[in-house]
Design a protein around this ligand. Structure first.
Ligand SMILES: Nc1ncnc2c1ncn2[C@@H]1O[C@H](COP(=O)(O)OP(=O)(O)OP(=O)(O)O)[C@@H](O)[C@H]1O
Length: 577
């Protein structure tokens, strides 16, 4: 129930169409009651009253009109439900995707990508029967029986009582069977998500699997999750068939009971034929919504399991509030100060960063060095505002960046990551990602500055050459240079470089170093450095150890101190960092 309320709150479109579907369903029930009343009257007049068809001509015409009206209302209900569900799904899809984006890389890194993909694609698809059928049916299964009972009540009290007494048997039986089914449905959904996640994991790690000869094991593991899903699905289906059987039996038994009681009472003269016939006609209509609820319950429960996961994602608070905060018009290279910055990952015991204080002077280059796990990536994430510090703050030209609009702040920062992500698209589109409104000339100029234009020109279709998913058709060095071209095109005053740890050939390395040197000019730069040359040429070096700043200074100064940095240089020279 809580899930329904939350879904209705989250997506405005659901409220409108579910309301409309309930209204139309109720209208169809009203028309049906009128039809049955008319029909029982006609039958009583023609067959018992000895009347002829001419005498009931008008009623017959009205009956046909009502049949058309009912068909039209049911058709409209179907259209409203389907269209509404489609709209709600697309609204929810957009909302979910934009929320996952605002949760940012920090959240996505903690999740299994395949599981997230299953929730946002298959999960939303599964909501359709839940929204279009199950939710309206829940309201109708209460409203329509009450309507029929209210109609029968003044005409035949004992039949109304009989209907009301037998009605709860169906939902009670359904709940008994359903409570088991719901648990299995949740597990089935879990198995489906695991299967998706596992499959994607295997695809992404296909090279590793092949190299280590683990393809067969992985195939078995995927087959295992697939088998688990099959077993869980069969269990769920068993419950679905069982509940269908129970439902049909209970409905048939209830109608038979009403028919027998009415028959006995007609024979005894306790009720007129016309009234008994009317109650008999209405009895199936009375139980029908309850039966339909049972029929849609299976799909509904599946949708509910998916909805719970979707709501869980939607209710995860974003680490930073995007699109809010002050806006700053200036675009010059700022001085950035880390002031007592601390950060603890949600659920982690120890902070990843504690009391980090240093500054990035305007227009200068700072190298950040530290062993693996010392907190370099966390610090970069905070600077890019993928999360905000849990203690202290980052101040740009005197303004705490948390007070700035996160999106606008990111506009001022360009990132050249360690493993740049290239999207399936043309080279042009991939560079233009940094500034979609940039002209082709500007893209070409950026590529030139990044030293990648020569390479692009040699591609079969030049700038229109297609790059496979995740830049599959490019080498590491080429992808890196495209990322540098993006940064040139963005032309942001702050630059964050995460140097690749993997070795490049000396020529490529030199080319990249030269274009990075050019890119750094006039900008405030933070380099997560893994190469001695980069560290040596930096204006300032910050050494992180266990999430704390242990040294700040130039290469010379720090070497002279013979502290942690000197040891680190030894590691760099050995090529182990
Ligand atoms: N999502 C996370 N949840 C909990 N702890 C995390 C998370 N990400 C990183 N950490 C922890 O925070 C600390 C700093 O990690 P971080 O990735 O910032 O280090 P790093 O210096 O960038 O390492 P590397 O050079 O290997 O990338 C580590 O102890 C790490 O285990």
């Amino acid at each position: 129930m809580a899930t329904n309320g939350e879904l209705l709150r989250e997506v405005g479109a659901i409220r409108v169409f579910v309301g409309a579907a309930i209204g139309l369903g109720f209208l169809a029930a009203l028309v049906t009651v009128a039809q049955m009343a008319l029909l029982s009257g006609i039958v009583a007049r023609v067959f018992l009253g000895g009347g002829d068809l001419a005498g009931v001509q008008n009623q017959l015409i009205l009956l046909v009109c009502l049949a058309f009206l009912r068909a039209a209302v049911l058709w409209l209900r179907e259209v409203v439900s389907q269209r509404g569900a489609e709209r709600a799904k697309s609204e929810l899809r957009e909302k979910l995707f934009s929320h996952v984006l605002s949760l940012g890389p920090a959240y996505c890194r903690d999740q299994r990508t395949g599981e997230l993909v299953t929730a946002t694609t298959e999960g939303i698809e599964k909501l359709e029967p839940y929204l279009a059928r199950y939710l309206p049916q829940m309201a109708l299964s209460a409203l329509v029986p009450l309507l029929v009972a209210a109609y029968v009540f003044p005409r035949d009290l004992s039949s109304a009582v009989l209907l009301l007494v037998t009605a709860p048997v169906i939902p009670v039986m359904m709940m008994l069977v359903g409570s088991y089914a719901e648990e299995h449905m949740q597990r089935q959904w879990g198995a489906l998500s695991r299967m998706g996640a596992h499959f994607l994991d295997a695809l992404q790690g296909i090279t590793t699997l092949k190299v280590f000869g683990r393809s067969a094991d992985e195939r078995e593991a995927v087959a295992g999750t697939s088998e688990e899903f099959r077993c869980r699905t069969l269990k769920v289906l068993r419950f679905a068939f069982l509940s269908g059987l129970v439902l049909e039996f209970m409905t048939a038994a209830a109608i038979a009971l009403v028919a027998v009681v009415l028959g006995v009472r007609v024979v005894n003269g306790a009720i007129s034929f016309e009234q008994a016939f009317l109650v008999l006609l209405l009895a199936p209509e009375f139980y029908k919504p309850l039966r339909e609820l049972g029929v849609h319950r299976h799909a509904g429960m599946e949708g509910k399991a998916a909805a719970e996961r979707i709501l869980e994602i939607l209710h995860t608070p974003a680490p930073v509030r995007e699109g809010r905060g002050r806006s700053r018009g200036d675009s010059g290279a700022p001085r950035i100060e880390f002031s007592g910055v601390g950060f603890t990952y949600p659920g982690a015991e120890h902070p990843a960063l504690s009391d980090v204080s240093f500054s990035l002077p305007a227009g200068s280059r700072t190298a950040l060095v530290g062993r693996s796990g010392s907190g370099k990536s966390t610090l970069v994430d905070l600077l890019l505002r993928f999360a905000d510090p849990t203690e202290g703050g980052i101040i740009a030209d005197g303004t705490p960046v948390e007070q700035l609009d996160a999106r606008e702040w990111r506009e001022r920062v360009a990132l050249v990551p360690q493993r740049p992500h290239l999207f399936s698209g043309s080279v042009l589109e991939n560079i233009r990602l940094a500034r979609p409104q940039a002209s082709r000339k500007e893209v070409e100029r950026a590529a030139e500055l990044a030293g990648v234009s020569e390479f692009i020109r040699r591609l079969p279709r030049g700038y229109d050459a297609w790059i496979g998913e995740r830049g599959a058709r490019l080498s590491g060095g080429e992808a890196q240079r495209l990322a540098i071209a993006r940064a040139f095109l963005k032309d942001a005053p702050v630059l964050v470089l995460d140097e690749p740890t993997s070795a490049l050939d000396p020529e490529t390395e030199q080319l990249i170093a030269r274009s990075l040197e050019l890119l750094s000019r006039g900008r405030t730069v933070l380099v997560v450095a893994h190469r001695l040359n980069t560290v040596r040429s930096a204006d300032q070096i910050v050494v992180l150890e266990g999430g704390r700043v242990v040294e700040v200074g130039t290469h010379r100064e720090l070497l002279a101190r013979a502290g942690p940095y000197a040891g680190f240089v030894g590691v760099l020279e050995g090529g182990a960092a």
